[in-house]
Structures are given as C-alpha cells and as structure tokens.
Design a protein around this ligand. Structure first.
Ligand code: ADP
Ligand code: ASP
Ligand code: MG
Length: 412
C-alpha cells in the first residue's frame, strides 16, 4: 500500500478533543487505502514548559539531560494518538524515536538524523498494522542516549520518515492553512501561497518563519519529498494548503516572495579590539567552539589600531557567547574593552529567488525602512535574501511596510 506521512504540530494535538479530530483525519486517509506514518509533536506549550524547567534547574545544563527531559512531551501524544486510533478500530501502534530506531549523531539538543531503518515498521505494516504513530523530535545517539532535533524538530522527523519510506506525500498539519507571504499573525495582509520553492522556504525558515523547521526543508529538497503545509482545523480537501516544491513547478514570479522576522537574535558588540591579522579568527573561533551560530558580522573602520566588531547570534546563545569571549580574553587570545549585548533587536528579512536576476531590492528595502524612520543597525545579504537588524519595537511596522512595498498582498 502507498504510504503517507501526516505530522500534527502542538496546537493540533493540544487537547484530547484535538487528538480525536486529528485521528479522524488519519482515519480518512487509511480508508482511502494508505498506510500512514503519523508524526506527533508534544501538546502545545508542553515543550516550552519542559525547557523552562531544565533552565531553572541548571542554566548551563548537560545537553544529554536536557534531551532526556524535553523529548518526553512527544511520548505522551504518541501513546494517546495510538489509543484514539485503536478506539476507532484502526490498527495502530506508537513508537518512540529509540524504538524505531531513528538514529542521529550525538549533537544533543540539535541532533542530525543519520538513518531510519525501515524493516521494523514495514514488517508491521505487512502484518496488517495501518498506522505507525511516531513521537517526533527525538532519536537515539550512537551512545544509546535520547537526542532531540532542535525546536520545531518534528517537522524534520516527518520529512525524514517520508524520505526513508518513499511516502507519496508528507503533510504537515498546523494551525495556519499554509505558508503565507509573512506570518499572518503579524500582518493581516499576509497572503497564502499555493506553492513555494524549496530554496525560498529554506531561507524563510532559517530567517525565522517557524512554520517549518529549516532542516525539514533541507531534507525535503535533497530527497525530493512532496511536502505540503495545511491546517488541521479546516475541512479536508486535495487542494488545501501550500505545496513546497521545486522552483520549476511554480508559475508565480515575484522578486520578493516573503518577509521573515525573528525576535530571537541579539546584537553583540566587542568594543575596542586590536585591529590585527587573525583577530576575526581569534574571536569567532572560540564562539564556534562554544556552539555559537553567528550570522551577521560587521567590523568597523579602525582608528589608532583598534576597532569595534559587531555580530548577531541567537538570543539563547548570548550567555554562552559571553562566556567564550571572556575566557578567550582571560587566556590572552583577544583583548577588548567591553562586550555589549543588545537583545532588544529584531531581524527582518526579504526573501525571493527573483533577486538573483533583479537588482534594486536592497535599495527599495532600505528606502522603505527609512521612510518609516527605522534605523538599520546591521545588514546581511545573500543571493536570495536581504536581512536587517533593527530595534525590536519597530519589527511589526517594518514587516508591514515591506509587505506593502513589495506588494506581497497582490497575486503576481
Ligand atoms: P506547529 O506547532 O504546528 O509545528 P508552529 O507554531 O511551529 O506550528 O508553526 C506555525 C506558525 O508559524 C503559525 O502559527 C504562524 O504564526 C507561524 N508563521 C511564521 N511565518 C509564517 C508564514 N510565512 N506562513 C505561515 N505561518 C507562519
Ligand atoms: N515539541 C517540539 C517543539 O516544540 C518539537 C515540535 O513541536 O516540532 O519544539
Ligand atoms: Mg513547528
């Protein structure tokens, strides 16, 4: 039988009623003749609560124990979903990550999937099981410890299962009815896209659009998984949602196709570092060893041999970054006067594959922000995106102004 992967996010399994509702959808696909692999997230809010507990107990925690705690939310929903399906007379069974086993590397709290053997589940499907419910977000390391795939990681579990089992499609059920030109919670003018290219979705996700985890898009692109994002609250239909697909399959062509934003970025400035060869390596080496993901970087013009170095990094890495830089200073590898962390910033980005061939996007973006009186603190660009760091209080305004300026509410 053809296999379908259906992933239900936190809000779609937030209550027992919603689990029943989701199970009904699974039942419909089973009735159509699919064997279904269901990937579930933890009930909405649960993972945040667990992360909060870990941070309260131990701010610089052992990541193995973080994973042991934080992965547990998914175990509950997997069992409840299997029970609900069984009550509907659908032959179903739940699996935790280690039971499959979904093998990952040892990068706790941000593990990468290495392998998903298919024999175990395929054997059960062959014996008449119709639904395998898998706890998303979790796997097992070579050392035999539970790992997690980073926040939002159930999306990645889903795509990885779809790739491993050659699923006909991977449906991501969430609380919005597709991928929009920007987060519909921020801009009432956001427009749902029927299709979006893998590359664009990848950038939007990595720049803050949490509708899909970045890694899930990467995997879908690599293994050519047919990926659809749709709402678990709307009536089922074959054309619902947004298809994430190859660029060639898209008719709509706009220079900018979406605006992403992130509140989770901080601006760090090292004031007065010696301007000498090797200084960037001396700063960013220790940061990278501490697991920091530095994104934007600016080095100011030097005066009298000293300069300021500014970079952005995820807010939850600020403490680690400060520690790494302090230690590098104490060890005499770098020398700076002060390290200033500004967490009151936001990153806003315009994304579009059309930027490859059309110039003027950056100019238009800067002009739009300037017309609104918004000061740009840091800029970063790549082939298909432009990002700026601005004061947090202007984030919504910036998103809406850019959405208007690039006419994203209108169909191309
Ligand atoms: P789930 O719990 O189902 O995984 P998430 O909260 O992780 O759901 O992702 C869905 C949310 O992503 C939406 O509620 C929406 O606020 C947000 N989002 C951000 N950017 C976009 C976008 N461009 N299109 C749609 N949703 C977006
Ligand atoms: N429950 C996890 C999280 O909130 C994984 C997921 O929902 O995708 O990050
Ligand atoms: Mg999610």
């Amino acid at each position: 039988m053809p296999i379908l992967v259906m992933k239900f996010g936190g809000t779609s399994v937030a209550t027992l009623d919603r689990i029943r509702r989701a199970a009904k959808r699974v039942g419909l696909e089973v009735a159509k003749g699919y064997d279904v692999i269901v990937i579930v997230s933890a009930m909405s809010g649960k993972t945040n609560e667990l992360v909060g507990w870990v941070n309260d107990i131990s701010p610089f925690h052992d990541a193995r124990e973080y994973d042991a705690v934080v992965s547990s939310g998914e175990n509950v929903t997997a069992g409840l979903m299997a029970l609900t399906l069984q009550d509907m007379d659908v032959p179903a069974r739940s699996w935790q990550g280690w039971q499959v086993p979904l093998r990952t590397n040892s990068a706790h709290s941000a593990a990468r999937i290495e392998e998903i053997p298919t024999d175990n589940l395929n054997g059960r499907f062959a014996q008449g099981m119709r639904v395998a419910v898998i706890a998303g977000f979790q796997g097992i390391s070579p050392e035999g410890r539970i790992t997690t795939l980073g926040r939002g990681g159930s999306d990645t579990s889903a795509v990885a299962f779809a790739a491993a089992f050659g699923a006909e499609r991977c449906d991501i059920y969430t609380d919005v009815d597709g991928v929009y030109t920007t987060d519909p919670r921020i801009s009432p003018k956001a427009r749902k896209l029927d299709r979006i290219a893998f590359e664009e979705m990848l950038e939007l996700a990595s720049l803050g659009a949490k509708v899909l985890q970045t890694r899930s898009v990467e995997l879908a692109m690599r293994y050519n998984v047919k990926l659809r994002v749709l709402s678990s609250f709307e009536e089922p239909s074959d054309t619902a949602g947004t298809l994430v697909c190859a660029e060639e399959e898209i008719m709509e062509s706009k220079v900018v196709s979406g605006i992403a934003f992130s509140r989770g970025e901080a601006k760090m400035t090292l004031i007065s570092v010696a301007d000498r060869p090797g200084i960037a390596a001396a700063i960013f080496g220790p940061l990278s060893e501490a697991g920091g993901n530095v994104d934007m970087i600016i080095q100011n013009i030097a005066e009298e041999g000293r300069t300021d170095m500014t970079f952005s990094c995820p807010t939850d890495q600020v403490k680690r970054a400060e520690k790494a830089l302090r230690e590098a200073k104490e060890a005499g590898h770098i020398n700076y006067h002060e390290l200033v962390a500004d967490t009151d910033v936001a990153k806003v980005s315009a994304v579009g594959i059309g930027m490859r061939s059309q110039s003027g996007v950056a100019a238009k973006m800067f002009k739009t922000l300037s017309d609104e009186g918004i000061n740009i603190k840091v800029i970063a660009t790549s082939e298909i995106k432009i990002s700026v760091l601005i004061d947090r209080k202007y984030m919504e305004l910036a998103v809406q102004a850019l959405h208007d300026a690039f006419e994203l509410d209108k169909v191309a």
